[in-house]
Design a protein around this ligand. Structure first.
Ligand SMILES: Cc1cc2nc3c(=O)[nH]c(=O)nc-3n(C[C@H](O)[C@H](O)[C@H](O)COP(=O)(O)OP(=O)(O)OC[C@H]3O[C@@H](n4cnc5c(N)ncnc54)[C@H](O)[C@@H]3O)c2cc1C
Length: 223
């Protein structure tokens, strides 16, 4: 049985990065009260017959009820096939918005560590944290041209794009963590998201380097 709780949204625009394995989808969600959002959300989108995938709204506007999904589609799966077919004017359906496990810790420096699938999520955390938040970090990207787009789309980010060999590689992210001086980060909270085995590896490394468990928040997106 299809869920009776499905809500409609309209695709306003679709933008591709180069190569087009990253796609931005602007949406209008007429049934969504974004003023209630207190942390990053994810929309459970219907991507096929009884198939649902989670995507993170970023850059939302409470008044116009619009937001942007930033989606990685380099692999083959029902979600990426669905995203490839989307065009402006399409109606999509989702099962409401749910909160992320990542809790904002106000007035503490934040470090974001993730992959292509986490760019929207970290944008959302940044939007919540406000202009004065001190944010740094690194995102592993497979496509070298995506480093350029990342820089152009997010010029004021102190979050570095790092080169990855493949989607499962977190070697460079681990190197970035090794370069941190723990004494400079006694108050920092680390937000890890994306590829689950990479998150597990990075969490372990942070703990080995002396960071407390309470300083590391992890949310797996895919494996
Ligand atoms: C809370 C939450 C928020 C999320 N937000 C976003 C978001 O904003 N943007 C986004 O792009 N994704 C996001 N994701 C991840 C997205 O929901 C998953 O990647 C999704 O499973 C992909 O679905 P699919 O049908 O394309 O592939 P699946 O059917 O899940 O997987 C098919 C194959 O592709 C592999 N695979 C899956 N994802 C990737 C990938 N990114 N790179 C390489 N191989 C992959 C799998 O290991 C599997 O072998 C989020 C996930 C969660 C849990």
């Amino acid at each position: 049985m299809e869920s009776p709780f499905l809500r409609p949204a309209t695709v306003l625009a679709v933008r591709n990065w180069i190569p087009d394995t990253m796609r931005e989808i602007d949406l209008h969600l007429p049934d969504c009260d974004m003023s209630r959002w207190t942390t990053a959300q994810h929309l459970k989108c219907k991507v096929g017959a009884l198939a649902y995938r989670d995507y993170t709204p970023s850059g939302w506007d409470v008044e116009t009820q619009t937001c942007t999904l930033i989606i990685h589609i380099a692999h083959s799966g029902p979600g990426s096939r669905w995203v490839r077919r989307l065009e402006a004017g399409d109606t999509i359906y989702y099962l409401g918005a749910k909160s992320s496990h990542h809790q904002l810790t106000k007035d503490r420096p934040m470090v974001f560590l993730g992959d292509e699938t986490t760019i929207g999520h970290f944008q959302a955390l940044r939007q919540m944290a406000g202009k004065d938040a001190y944010i740094s970090g690194a995102i592993g990207l497979v496509e070298s041209h995506h480093h350029q787009e990342f820089g152009e789309y997010f010029p004021d980010w102190n979050v570095e794009p790092l080169q990855k060999r493949d989607a499962h590689d977190h070697h460079e992210l681990s190197g970035w963590i090794e370069g941190l001086k723990p004494s400079d980060h006694s108050d920092t909270v680390f937000y890890l998201a994306g590829h689950i085995p990479s998150i597990i590896g990075m969490r372990k490394l942070l703990r080995q380097r002396g960071f407390a468990g309470s300083q590391v928040q992890a949310q797996g997106f895919w494996d």
